[in-house]
Design a binder for this molecule. Sequence first.
Ligand code: FA5
Length: 345
Amino acid sequence: MKNELAKIYANTADAITKAETPEKIEEIRIECLGRKGALTAILRALKDLTAEERKTIGEEANKIRQKIESRLREKKIELERTSRESILKKEWIDVTRPGKQIKKGTLHPITQLLREAESIFASMGFATIEGPEVETEYYNFDALNIPENHPARDMWDTFWLKKLDNSEDRLLLRTHTSPMQIRYMESHNPPIRIIVPGRVYRYEATDASHDIQFYQLEGLMVDKNISIANFKAIIRLFFSRLFEKEITIRLRPSFFPFTEPSFEVDISCIICGQKGCSVCKQSGWLELAGAGMVHPNVFKAAGYNPKEVQGFAFGMGVNRIAMMKYKIPDIRLFHSGDLRFLKQF
Ligand code: FA5
């Protein structure tokens, strides 16, 4: 038995020396000291020996067990340290390296332009109001003096929505921000000085200056004595401040059912310097807004007495203004989601 003990020790010590991982050390421990281990078997067999043998072999076996346990412990600590060191060698970090730059987003050019426009109008005393993009037929058309079957409805073909079960009105995607004239006047008394920026929709063919969804900026100024002269002064000041230079403005007689008289506001094309390009359709002018003096029927629909108040209203195409300001040749780029375009702002 003594020989057997010596053999177990020699074999186990040899295996410990050769072990290369902490897992191997655990395997060796189980093989030697585990429930079915070689040394455990000898310790179990002690009971069959004589008292004398039990004493000497028992002592010897315990000594060997202690020696093996301490060699296993030492080797395990050593292996764990070297494996930590090798991981550190493989996975080192150079803390002096410059960090990765985080890419910052920027505001969409339309948002930038709207913020600037709002601040210019705010400096002239205009409050910014918002309204619903899903409108009723009444606010988008009827209340603005465009009754059903009126040919003017053709100017604003739109996307109609399914009628809600409990609603009287037909719903649509608003074709302009003008419905907010009515909504605001219904709940406020003059004097009024508001702008209404927001998204509008048109069911029409697209080209470099027409899209099916775009932004408008509505303006409404109502008091006892508001005239076209006030409008011209405000609009010229607005465009000159927005473009940071004196802009030429052209008012062309036009027709809108909700204004009388009505006109189109054109500005000189900044992209081509009035030489002619695809954006201004070779004319040198770009139509940026519709405007006019608020029609008496609109005042009546909002509950005002048209004999007591007067005012002007306008509706600008924000995308076209942004195209001028940032020299963008095609309106469809705004909704293209193209990062090469968006990263420039
Ligand atoms: C209107 O929408 C009127 N509500 C404007 C108005 C308001 C007139 C208050 C009088 C009083 P119009 O359809 O012309 O008008 O559109 C106004 C502006 O929106 C145009 O001058 C143009 O700059 C822009 N616009 C019109 N259609 C498109 C389109 N498909 N894509 C991009 N911009 C457009």
